[in-house]
Design a protein around this ligand. Sequence first.
Ligand code: NAG
Ligand code: NAG
Ligand code: NAG
Length: 484
Amino acid sequence: MARTPLLLFLLLLLLQRHLYAVESAIGVNWGMLSSHRIPPSIVVDLMRENRIAKVKLFDSDPGILRALVGSGIEVMVGIPNEMLSTLASSQAASDVWVAQNVSRYLVKGGVNIRYIAVGNEPFLTSYAGQFQSYVLPAMLNLQQSLAKANLAGYVKLIVPCNADAYQSASLPSQGTFRPELTQIMTQLVSFLNSNGSPFLVNIYPFLSLYQNSDFPQDYAFFDGSSHPVVDGSNVYYNAFDGNYDTLVAALNKIGYGSMPIAIGEVGWPTDGAASANITAARAFNQGLISHVLSNKGTPLRPGVPPVDVYLFSLLDEEQKSLLPGNFERHWGIFSFDGQAKYPLNLGLGSGELKNAKNVQYLPPRWCVANPYRDLDGVGNHLKLACSMADCTTLYYGGSCNAIGDKGNISYAFNSYYQLQKQDSRSCDFDGLGMITYLDPSVGDCRFLVGINDSSCSSIGCGIFCGLWIMTFWVFMYLKVLGSL
Ligand SMILES: *[C@@H]1O[C@H](CO)[C@@H](O)[C@H](O)[C@H]1NC(C)=O
Ligand SMILES: *[C@@H]1O[C@H](CO)[C@@H](O)[C@H](O)[C@H]1NC(C)=O
Ligand SMILES: *[C@@H]1O[C@H](CO)[C@@H](O)[C@H](O)[C@H]1NC(C)=O
């Protein structure tokens, strides 16, 4: 008889595992802050080749969504923070947004939009509260709009939160939401919970390492640590788990200890800081993927890994803000042109990363400093070039930091020249620049050649594109009719 409760217990345990231990899926973030963009269709092919089945976007760019039509890839579209106040104050605006950016694509064979990210890290401390009061009202309106469109069960609202939404005096088990956010977080989590959405958080051990000189280096990675964090009977060997369980503890304190968690952004940059390099990025990302796919979970959630993990990022974006640091433009597992930076197994069954195919580059030519000219007066040119184009690799910790003064100038000139799509006037610099057909790259320092995206710049092609877009919408319209 004594065995019955035990059996029941085992059964419950099994059931619980069955209910909660959903296999994590690895997805990617796809940002667009780049002036060297490979066409969206090539990016979608790149994802499919690598069996990446989930993508998180930062907006709802029609060009990207068109490229995702029929791909089957699960999509999270994003609403920029700047739109939150409008959506919060107007049901009509919310209806229009959902109609134009979601419903329109959600037809059979269309785009598989499953999530709408409402804002991007709207509670970030540095925003000083300017967005936070709009988040919930916007969600309520959007939920209404989804219900009207009969999508409420299929498309879920979600809010990507920075890990600065919670804190702990020292140990993960002491995690709490920031005091001024407690009320809003309680409402948010209650809303998410009733809609079956996970809590979405961005976790960056790289930033902890970059910002604290006394942060133990090995604690940022997944190979064990000589400085484990001992929290009662729990021991933490990596920053990711420590951070994750700080959130679990914070959720527990507001009464949602078993709220599912998804990781909206996590990754490691490859350039622009001493700790941002290929070796470290590979170790971190591979360690993370293995850790998550092992289904080990964390000390506070054993056997329950995050429901989804979106790597940051798919591609480098060389127009991103430099406020966080020079590394900010180098988060991609692929470079801007879709070439794998290092071997990485995403655990999706496609082996190591496969490169983008059919990328069209501009002609193989570069702009460099004219070796026959005195370069004394080059200062202002450099400033202009580097304010518009990317020079982040030239600084301390960057891959082009050791190429010398003349090398620096050439690098800046070339960066600007490629940004201007190799317009010959952009290599003038008062006669100090010169076009060359010999690749000036040295060692790991790569002088880039831009992407040829001019297929729609000529008039003939403009008409072609117009026709194509028209055909596309007629097609989608017929699909909508067909699906009614
Ligand atoms: C939503 O759709 C409209 C109409 O297509 C478009 O103008 C707008 O840019 C979209 N919103 C975002 C955030 O991309
Ligand atoms: C790469 O980064 C790691 C960890 O962040 C650091 O320990 C290592 O020294 C770096 N490697 C190089 C070659 O700078
Ligand atoms: C080249 O780049 C780095 C960053 O400024 C520096 O260490 C080196 O001295 C540079 N020279 C110039 C011209 O900036």
